[in-house]
Ligand binder design. Sequence first.
Ligand code: COA
Length: 203
Amino acid sequence: MKHAGAFEVVRADRAGMEVRSQIAEIFADGFSQWLTYFSKDRDVIAKAFAHMFVLDQFYVALAGDRVAAFGACTDCRSFALALQRAPLRRHLGWFKGTMAAIVLKKEFQKPFADPPAETGSVEFIGTALSFRGQGAASAVIRHMLDHLPYRTYLIEEVADTNIPAIRLYEKLGFTEYKRNSLSPRQARMSGIHHMVSLRLEKA
Ligand SMILES: CC(C)(COP(=O)(O)OP(=O)(O)OC[C@H]1O[C@@H](n2cnc3c(N)ncnc32)[C@H](O)[C@@H]1OP(=O)(O)O)[C@@H](O)C(=O)NCCC(=O)NCCS
């Protein structure tokens, strides 16, 4: 059942004390499948990565004092995440923590080669398991589209296997503008054939 009107969307740095750990828990539920090399324990993933969210780049859909969904929107120049070696090493161990800092920085803090003007980059959308399918992610992205000053919004590199995410973005009006193929070996290992990028021009 949809409760789209039930969510209040606010910038994460204005949402109160518990917000970072709640975002981290949702992140661990939604993104752990990419991080199993570093830990298979979802609670460890939540603790290890909680530090990295740059809260003034994030918006959260709140249901009372619970974070139902989160997402970031940057200006294509700043980063939504800031990985630090010390907390990663503390929770993942010295070696994996160091690897996470090196490898994931390249993934999570990837600069735009030629940052486009007046463009928002929508990144790291996630909904808590208990709030999935209730319009929470839609509420976060709609809030960005309604309140941020950009003319164009990009969502870069969504796995073609992530049907819920692609349907969500298309439902909100995003359309595919680019797809990058993975190598046959990467495709065999991950099941992903393309990384799809989507764009929305605000009327
Ligand atoms: C993708 C994700 C953020 C969707 O969040 P959500 O709050 O459940 O999405 P909404 O309720 O706002 O759904 C809006 C639309 O998205 C599509 N959608 C959402 N979940 C879907 C699913 N499981 N299967 C197919 N379509 C889905 C539907 O079109 C839906 O509209 P409808 O309910 O009227 O059919 C959530 O599944 C998630 O956190 N996934 C893990 C993290 C992730 O992959 N993030 C995206 C990285 S690019």
